[in-house]
Ligand binder design. Structure first.
Ligand SMILES: Cc1ncc(COP(=O)(O)O)c(C=O)c1O
Length: 304
């Protein structure tokens, strides 16, 4: 494949059958490998899509050196920094001060300026700090992934159709996904339910949290339950939520790397824990699809 810039290599990720988890659960379990996107996650899609959308609306002008501001615990920040370098913008990212040093170094390596927020102020400390910075710097452009419609839209228009085309005549019966901004589960969920009306969708959340009722406890599954009810979450497409514990996710992460040879992060392992919890309640041989969002590299501190 010959592409003009790395941004043109975003998307078209493979969907892989998880043979061990399928054997263990009696279902046919598949994972869409979003970790194989440039920048290493599904967030490359929305970062680039939000910038293109802002350019179409004249909010951002390519090559203008405008500053993009975003609260991001990592993956969206990486995608935005990559796109900003190639499209001529500066980038300021606000991340909680308890996020790993490796993530901060990685973002700086991509040219981002990092502002740390006080994580003791809650799971959305970086969101609140970004709003403060926006007030102080009205010329900064905040794309705001938790309410920007371009986030679920790219998943509805691109990621969902990729899944539909990959499965062809095989119907997917269940889709299991985590909820951070709600972007991918809402966008993919809408596309898949339009194509397979009988499909059921389950969200994944840390055991301490209750997203639907707006309860956000501190937790360690980075990427999920971000401390607010995100505006991009379409609750109508959800058939239920599945709760997972951090320790279950760490065990699943290790097991999956050794049995499926797939590198995965903690929120992706959370998806697989949720699949294993769902499987006993569905008919044998059901097709269950979930996502691997990113690889293990940012989560090595979770391992022994
Ligand atoms: C590692 C990881 N997993 C899951 C999610 C949740 O994705 P979404 O924001 O589409 O709900 C995120 C979002 O930041 C993430 O970075």
């Amino acid at each position: 494949m010959l592409v003009d810039t790395i941004l043109d290599a975003i998307g078209n990720t493979p969907t892989v059958k998880l043979h061990r988890l399928s054997a263990d659960t009696g279902s046919s379990v598949y994972a869409k490998m979003e970790s194989l996107n440039p920048g290493g996650s599904h967030k490359a899609r929305i970062a680039y899509a939000m910038i293109l959308d802002a350019q179409r609306k004249g909010i951002l002008v390519r090559g203008s050196d405008q500053t993009i501001l975003e609260p991001s615990g990592g993956n969206t920040g990486i995608g935005l920094a990559m796109a900003a370098n190639l499209l001529g913008y500066k980038i300021v990212l606000v991340i909680p001060d308890n996020y790993s040093i490796e993530k901060q170094k990685l973002l700086r390596a991509f040219g981002a300026q990092i502002v740390l927020s006080d994580s003791r102020r809650g799971n959305n400390s970086h969101g609140e700090k970004a709003i403060e910075l926006q007030f102080e710097n009205p010329d900064f452009v905040m794309l705001n992934q938790q309410l920007n419609p371009a986030n679920p839209e790219v998943h509805r228009l691109v990621t969902g159709p990729e899944i539909i085309s990959a499965f062809g005549q095989t119907a997917v019966n269940y889709f299991v996904g985590g909820v951070g901004t709600g972007g991918h589960i809402s966008g993919i969920g809408e596309a898949l339910k339009a194509h397979w009306p009988a499909l059921k969708i389950y969200g994944v959340e840390p055991a301490q949290c209750d997203l639907k009722n707006g309860y956000h406890a501190a937790h360690e599954i980075q990427g999920l339950s971000i401390g607010i009810i995100p505006r991009n979450m379409n609750f109508d497409i959800l058939d239920g939520m599945i709760k997972v514990e951090k320790d279950e996710c760490v065990s699943m992460l290790k097991k999956t790397m050794q049995t499926e040879s797939i590198s995965l992060g903690i929120s992706s392992a959370a998806n697989l824990v949720a699949v294993a919890k769902l499987a006993p309640h569905v008919s044998k041989g059901s097709v269950i699809l979930t996502m691997v969002y990113d690889g293990v590299d940012s989560y090595l501190s979770y391992l022994d």
